[in-house]
Design a protein around this ligand. Sequence first.
Ligand SMILES: NC(=O)c1ccc[n+]([C@@H]2O[C@H](COP(=O)([O-])OP(=O)(O)OC[C@H]3O[C@@H](n4cnc5c(N)ncnc54)[C@H](OP(=O)(O)O)[C@@H]3O)[C@@H](O)[C@H]2O)c1
Length: 257
Amino acid sequence: MKKYALITGASSGIGLAFTEIFAKDHINLVLVARSIDALKSIQSHLQNTYNIDVHVIEKDLSKIESVEEVFEYTESQNLQIDYLVNNAWFGDYGNFVESDISRNTQMISLNTIALTNMCRLYSETMKKHKFWRILNIASTAAFQPGPYMAVYFATKSYVLSFSLALSTELKEFGVTVSTLCPGPTESKFELTANATWVSLFSWKLPTSHEVALFGYKKMLKWKKVAIHGIINNIKAQSVKFLPMNIRLFMMKLIMKR
Ligand SMILES: NC(=O)c1ccc[n+]([C@@H]2O[C@H](COP(=O)([O-])OP(=O)(O)OC[C@H]3O[C@@H](n4cnc5c(N)ncnc54)[C@H](OP(=O)(O)O)[C@@H]3O)[C@@H](O)[C@H]2O)c1
């Protein structure tokens, strides 16, 4: 049976970079995002260049029914998903007290609920195969609270905690769950998060391809948590030793407009 990787948020940035990396290894693809035109052009590029089978699904994953619809599609097409990459996201910058309730709800739904339900539905079918890999994309934001992006940071903490628990629970089925934690990376991130000014993004950033390739390799090595970049690693490890008040004070300084 042919092997497939399902990648959410495959139309740009790190998700798009993943499509090329899997395709180079001759793994067939199921790509999910809202921008169907972008997905179709990626589909034809990958099919022509790598001679693989590529399915595209136009779906807003922040809608609660979408994950089941994606699952029904792959089941109806008899596609065996061996790799699941939960990458789609959005974030928002600003004072929480003025934030838009429906945007917050969509953010939580996309960043956490869709990812959880994807894992739930595919884990049931995939554990039968005794080989499958899940790669959930969190962030270095998972390691501390983030004033002015409080909801986004909290969703990424959820992704890390959930994925670590799952990696332990599913090990006996031959299933690996890895969490990729990128730091600031070249992509549409700043635009998507409405945070173009944030000083976090002011130095030379790694490309989406570098980050995705790093995550891909770590996933194949069954690494539970993969933090991209030495500085990001040092920051993620060292914050643990600082008192919470100091961590919050520093983050507020960094994040404040
Ligand atoms: N770039 C960074 O600096 C950075 C840092 C830390 C962590 N990360 C993490 O890395 C991952 C990728 O980030 P990125 O910067 O590469 O993102 P990006 O370039 O902004 O792309 C986001 C992707 O998610 C899709 N998406 C957004 N809303 C969606 C929805 N409602 N339903 C389905 N798909 C949706 C977008 O496609 P459509 O618009 O076509 O739907 C797009 O393909 C995210 O999980 C992010 O949290 C990124």
